[in-house]
Design a protein around this ligand. Sequence first.
Ligand code: SF4
Length: 298
Amino acid sequence: MTIADDIIRLKKEKNAVILAHNYQPPEIQDLADYTGDSLELAIKAKDAEEDIIVLCGVMFMAETAKILNPSKKVIIPAEDAGCPLADYLTAGMVRDAKKGNPGAEVVLYVNSTAESKAEADITCTSANAVSVCASLKSETILFGPDSNLASWVAEKLPDKKIIPLPKDGHCPVHTEFSPRDAEDAKKKGYTVVCHPECPKSIRDECDLVASTGQMIKEADRSEKWAVLTEKDMVYRLKKEFPQKDFIGFEKAVCKDMKLITPEKLKKALEDEETEITLPKDIMDRAKDAIERMIKIKG
Ligand code: SF4
């Protein structure tokens, strides 16, 4: 019996579904029932019919699954898998910004805590941030916590005033790249794609800016891709398109995403821990903001 056999057996016995983010280590992606970006995982979690949802990703993703499907037991195999980007913003900061900008609507990236989401009008992911902001009546939008994603949205929607909340929120993985990374890959004949969490100086050097889900949808555009996002996205892309050439960057590692191992996944299924619990009031308010996002197409 291998550890993978044990996980498959436990999953059946417990009637569990395993959802994994595209940045999870290859061995976890291979064990998952479904691998996707934040938006895709949120929708899968909402529709899950199994008794237990095992979220292989970081804490805000597990919280989102619980908020969208509160009657299910949601567990995360590494309770210390946080997100430094989400930690930039507290609920108190959102409340203060709202007081200082009456009339502005609040859009929070799903990479935020449940408490912060409860203060938002609507959430967004990198896949739908532009459509979400475009759908709002208000000209002024408080957008957090990623200042780079905020600047990407502002570029796409020049008629909106996008105020980053806070000014310097960023993902330490996507700010590791330099314009040189894109330039060098282009010289070698690669089409270069980056995630919108990358700073403008990087985005400007790339052929395409895309969420991880969009990277899969747009892969047909080229046979040779250089991928400027977390390194294990390349594993997912190679699995989907084995005939294509993808290169990634070993320096782009999200340490929190790597905290989940097959051993921890097996233990999480055995013990049904760590279970996500949140105050009902926070869940109800955050759910409104997330469900409003899911209704927006694009
Ligand atoms: S890659 Fe960046 S934004 Fe995504 S979970 Fe890791 S630290 Fe957070």
